[in-house]
Every structure is written in structure tokens, then in C-alpha cells.
Design a protein around this ligand. Structure first.
Ligand SMILES: OC[C@H]1O[C@H](O[C@H]2O[C@H](CO)[C@@H](O)[C@H](O)[C@H]2O)[C@H](O)[C@@H](O)[C@@H]1O
Ligand SMILES: [Ca+2]
Length: 574
């Protein structure tokens, strides 16, 4: 058994709850920078851009799978969990990436698709060839395809069943995703241990956290629906205990595309903790719904209902990621409305969702991009950015599946957007060349040169957020307003009282989804007589009156983050 002390590397801050203060950035190694001109982004390329990410204010990177893989599902189809895909580099280079990130006080979260492997994995090859051998029970095999018939299909565009017949073993195997991704059999203690072994391999290398991919689907049963079954939670409790004992300070984030109560179950309890973080799937689509419906009520409802989570746990908030914008967590009526607004061309759809990037979804509207980011950075939890969204990168819906929004990062207006020196035809995917999002126009270099660019705006808002630990650590209370387009909530923090010395603070966050200027009155009786100051420019706003009401005027799709100060001097003197 290995043991690692909580401070893993020179450069890292000593903060057991670092993930609650962090701004995360999802970066696909394949898509970021190609250092050797072979057309594939690689680890050395990512290392060369750590300074850029540090400048942006990023505290932690989420790396989608970079392991050996036939790449039939973007690397989520792993054929060797302990090998780096040669196109990306070597294990040694990965170790260097961790060291170089840590030197900048930046942490690395590794994606871990533990539910399944590629059918090219040695475990599967042995399992299909030798049912009585050591790997015979590593997967879920059956003589027919009749078990678990109540369990839904997730990849509805491509799969007709969760069972596929294997001509070698002459049995069916179980898979929740593509038919080339057989599910591991977690009933088998050897599989449970093999997964622990992979975790230890990478944690020993210094990774700071694991994103547990597709975590609800580990166990299945006839009684349940194969999503968050009791045995799945029991296994995660054990995984968490192993991490806490052997790797204190590292964290687990759950990818569970479920309703609030079910997602919150992946935090576990104080007595039996599971994951430190979980992605907030229910809130995300409602941000997009509010932007088009100009109504805040559905977002208010889901935020008001946000389930209590154990101390130290945190939501992972996001607008977009490497997958489709999933609409699994909205009603059929809302889903149809969102398809109408955001996926008017059938090519924009994928499974139950929309395979587009943030800027094209929002029609490249600067006001909407700012409003969406202001929500991302002030909702309870830690924000996760998707690479390229900080410059408003476009997508390419003519590419298959979710590759539409996994195109090369646009660094410069030069060949291949500065991503690679390869022959353009050799790139893993073509760079975006559409009219509005062409890399000649949308790239880091040109946005660095414009002080009012989206990139500078995003960087500024990240730094304002980071100056106020309330956003990561504080509570949230939704407030009422008299305008259907206005969402308001207050983030409150008692201060840490420890060596970090964070001060107590209340921040009023207000957002108007209206496509026209509006005025709204917000009610917060507990703030009667208190003054309000803009967090960006420190300008004073109208104060709360004696009943705790304040009336604010908003421009089109506008927001304010307002520090709630003391009572006015006049009122203090009364
Ligand atoms: O490895 C299979 C998939 O695992 C993750 O899937 C999640 O994404 C799906 C949408 O693409 C979603 O519907 C599902 O609920 C999630 O578990 C991973 O993020 C995918 O990229 C991957 O294909
Ligand atoms: Ca390369």
C-alpha cells in the first residue's frame, strides 16, 4: 500500500478544500496544442500553454481520457488504463505535466471511465476467449439478451439494445454506451480491486482528483433501473475511504446525469462520504432555457430546491463540455422548446441533446455570453470552463457525433490556427473556418490584442470571483423579485476564521434575462437599510430601503454582482 502526504508537490497551496475555491478548465489533450507537427495535440503542447492557463486564472485542469485507446469514443473507450496514448506522449511526459502544473499551483483532475472498457482491452479479449480464465467474469455476460429489460438505452442514436452478441464467446455482453464498450462486471471482486489499482497508479503519479465518468451505471439489478443502485454507492464509499486513507487532499467528482436528489446521493453522507464534487446537470439546461424564454422562474425553482449537501462537498457548475448539451434533465415540453431555439438543424442534435459549442448556441451575442458566464461564476459550486469557450470558439456540425465541438484550439490567425505545423489535411480534425467563427477572426492572439475582447472579459470576471471566496464557499438564498425575467440570489459567507483569513461577506447577484431593458424590485428584509456596491468598479448603487427592498434597472440581458455593505451613514446616525 502506498501512502502520500496531503501536500503532494512543491508549489501547491495547503488547502484541503482547494476544489471549492478552484476555477476548473476542461482541456482535451488532443485538441489543445500539437508540439511535434503530427496533427495531434499532445502533452508537451499542453505543458507549453500552462502559462496561458495560469494567466487566465485557472486553478485546475480536467483532462478527458488520455490512455491507450482505439479512439472510437474520444478516448472514453480505453484499451489500457496504465498507458498513455502514444499520439499524446508518454507516462514520463504526463508526470512532467503534473510537476509543471503543480509548480504553478495548478492541479490536475484525470477522467476515469471506470464503468466500461474498449472491446480492444486485453481484459475483454481474454474474457471472450476464455470464460473459465482469470478474466472470464470481468464483464457482464449472458446467454440471451433478456435481463435488465427495464434499463434504458443512453446512446439512442446508435444503439438498439444494451446487449450485443459476441461471436467469439457466443454469449451476449452488457454495455450502457457503444457496443464496442463492454461494461465491467463490478459484482466481481477482482474488477473492484483492478479499478482501485488503476486509481492508485495515477494518484501515485500525483494527479489531484478523478472525474468518475458515467458513475451511476456500475451495478445493475432486475429490481432497479441500473442508475445509482445501492451497490454502486457502497462501492464509491469504499473508493472514497481508500482515497482519504492513502491520498488525503485528493478529490473525486461524480459525472451523474440525473435529477438533483439522485446526483446529491453521490456526495454520500457525513458518516459515509462518496464524492467531493458532482456536476450540476439539472441547473445547466435551465440557464439556456432562461436565456431564450426570458423567464427566470424555472431556474429559480431548481435553485431553490437544490438539495443540501454534506459539509465540504461542492457542485461542479458548467455551461458546456466535450459532450452534447444534454437535455435529459428537462421535461419533454422544455426539451422541444430548446430543440426549436438551439437545434433548428437536425445535424445539431445528438442523442438527447445538442452538439454545439457555447458561442454558436448563443448566436455569438456578447450580452448573452457575459450573462451566461456571470451565472457560471456565481452559482453555488465551482465553475468548469470548456477549452476555447473563453474566446467564443465556434463548432463544425458537419463533423460526426460530438467531434463538432472538439476541433483544434484557435491560438493565432496563422496556419492551422497556430495549433499545429502539420499539413492541414493531417490534423485529427479540421480547424473551424466558418464565416463567423473562422480562426482568422476568433483566436487567442487577436483577443489578447483587444482589451475589450471576450478573453479579457472572462479573465477579469475569473479574477473578481477569485478575490471573493464567498462564491466558492458561501451559501445561497434565492430572493423574490417582481419581474418574471429577473433572477436574484444572495451568496453569504461567514469567513473562514483560519489562516486563510477570509472575511465574512454577502454578495447580491442579480440577472435579467429580458431582451429589453427592465426595472425590478428585489426583496431581502434581512438587508433593510444596507448599501450596495458593484464588485467590479466599486461604484455605489441604490441601497435597500427600510423594508429591505431595492429597485434596480437593467440593460438588455444584464447582471450585477453587488457587495452588501453596512447601513447608510445617515441611517447609522439615527
Ligand atoms: O464513455 C461513454 C460516455 O461517458 C460519458 O458519458 C456521459 O455522456 C453522455 C453524453 O454524451 C451522457 O448522455 C451520459 O449520461 C454521460 O454519462 C462521457 O462524458 C462521454 O463522452 C462518453 O461518450
Ligand atoms: Ca503531436
Amino acid at each position: 500500500m502506498s501512502f502520500t502526504a496531503p501536500i503532494q508537490s512543491p508549489g501547491l497551496s495547503l488547502d484541503p478544500e482547494w476544489y471549492r475555491r478552484s476555477v476548473f478548465y476542461e482541456v482535451m489533450i488532443r485538441s489543445f496544442v500539437d508540439s511535434n507537427g503530427d496533427g495531434f495535440g499532445d502533452i508537451a503542447g499542453l505543458i507549453s500553454k500552462l502559462d496561458y492557463l495560469q494567466w487566465l486564472g485557472i486553478d485546475a485542469l480536467w483532462l478527458p481520457p488520455f490512455f491507450q485507446s482505439p479512439l472510437r469514443d474520444g478516448g472514453y473507450d480505453v484499451s489500457d488504463f496504465k498507458a498513455v496514448l502514444p499520439d499524446y506522449g508518454t507516462v514520463e511526459e504526463f508526470r512532467e505535466l503534473v510537476t509543471k502544473a503543480h509548480e504553478r499551483n495548478m492541479r490536475i483532475i484525470m477522467d476515469f471511465p471506470l464503468n466500461h472498457t474498449s472491446d480492444q482491452h486485453e481484459w475483454f479479449q481474454q474474457s471472450r476467449a476464455d470464460p473459465e480464465g482469470p478474466y472470464g467474469d470481468y464483464y457482464v455476460w449472458a446467454d440471451d439478451d433478456e435481463k435488465y429489460e427495464n434499463i434504458r438505452i443512453i446512446f439512442v442514436d446508435t444503439e438498439e439494445s444494451n446487449w450485443t452478441f459476441d461471436p467469439v464467446r457466443r454469449q451476449f455482453f452488457w454495455h450502457r454506451f457503444f457496443s464496442h464498450q463492454p461494461d465491467l462486471n463490478f459484482e466481481n471482486p477482482a474488477v473492484q480491486e483492478a479499478v482501485f489499482d488503476v486509481c492508485r497508479f495515477w494518484l501515485d503519479m500525483g494527479v489531484d482528483g478523478l472525474r468518475l465518468d458515467a458513475i451511476p451505471y456500475l451495478f445493475e439489478s432486475e429490481e432497479g433501473n441500473g442508475e445509482g443502485e445501492p451497490k454502486t454507492h457502497e462501492y464509491i464509499v469504499r473508493l472514497r475511504a481508500m482515497i482519504d486513507n492513502e491520498y488525503p487532499g485528493r478529490m473525486l467528482v461524480a459525472e451523474a446525469n440525473q435529477w438533483p436528489r439522485e446526483v446529491a446521493a453521490f456526495f454520500g453522507t457525513e458518516e459515509e462520504p462518496e464524492c467531493h464534487m458532482a456536476f450540476d446537470f439539472p441547473v445547466m439546461p435551465r440557464i439556456f432555457y432562461s436565456l431564450r424564454s426570458q423567464r427566470a422562474d424555472e431556474l429559480m425553482r431548481v435553485l431553490s430546491e437544490t438539495t443540501d449537501i454534506p459539509p465540504g462537498a461542492a457542485w461542479g457548475v458548467f455551461l458546456r463540455n466535450h459532450d452534447e448539451l444534454t437535455l435529459e434533465m428537462v421535461s419533454e415540453e422544455y426539451r422541444q422548446a430548446m430543440y426549436g431555439w438551439y437545434a433548428y438543424d437536425p445535424r445539431m442534435r445528438s442523442n438527447i441533446g445538442i452538439r454545439r459549442r457555447l458561442a454558436p448556441l448563443l448566436d455569438n451575442s456578447r450580452a448573452e455570453l457575459e450573462l451566461a458566464h456571470a451565472l457560471l461564476f456565481s452559482l453555488p459550486g465551482s465553475p468548469f470552463l470548456y477549452y476555447g469557450d473563453e474566446i467564443g470558439m465556434g463548432d463544425n456540425i458537419w463533423l460526426p457525433d460530438r467531434d463538432s465541438s472538439r476541433t483544434p484550439m484557435q491560438w493565432t490567425p496563422d496556419r492551422n490556427a497556430g495549433f499545429s505545423t502539420a499539413d492541414p489535411g493531417k490534423l485529427y480534425l479540421p480547424v473551424v473556418q466558418s464565416l463567423v467563427y473562422n480562426y482568422n477572426l476568433v483566436n487567442v492572439e487577436s483577443q489578447l490584442a483587444q482589451s475589450r475582447s471576450l478573453l479579457h472579459w472572462v479573465r477579469n470576471v475569473i479574477h473578481v470571483r477569485k478575490a471573493h471566496p464567498t462564491f466558492g464557499l458561501g451559501t445561497m438564498k434565492v430572493l423574490s423579485s417582481d419581474h418574471e425575467s429577473v433572477l436574484s440570489f444572495v451568496r453569504s459567507y461567514e469567513g473562514s476564521g483560519d489562516y486563510l483569513g477570509d472575511a465574512p461577506e454577502d454578495v447580491l447577484c442579480v440577472f435579467s434575462f429580458s431582451h429589453n431593458p427592465v426595472t425590478a424590485t428585489i426583496e431581502a428584509p434581512e438587508f433593510a437599510g444596507r448599501r450596495l456596491f458593484d464588485l467590479f468598479g466599486h461604484g455605489e448603487f441604490p441601497s435597500f430601503d427600510d423594508e429591505g427592498r431595492v429597485t434596480l434597472t437593467f440593460g438588455t440581458q444584464a447582471f450585477y454582482w453587488l457587495h452588501v455593505g453596512q447601513r447608510t451613514e445617515q441611517e447609522q446616525g439615527r
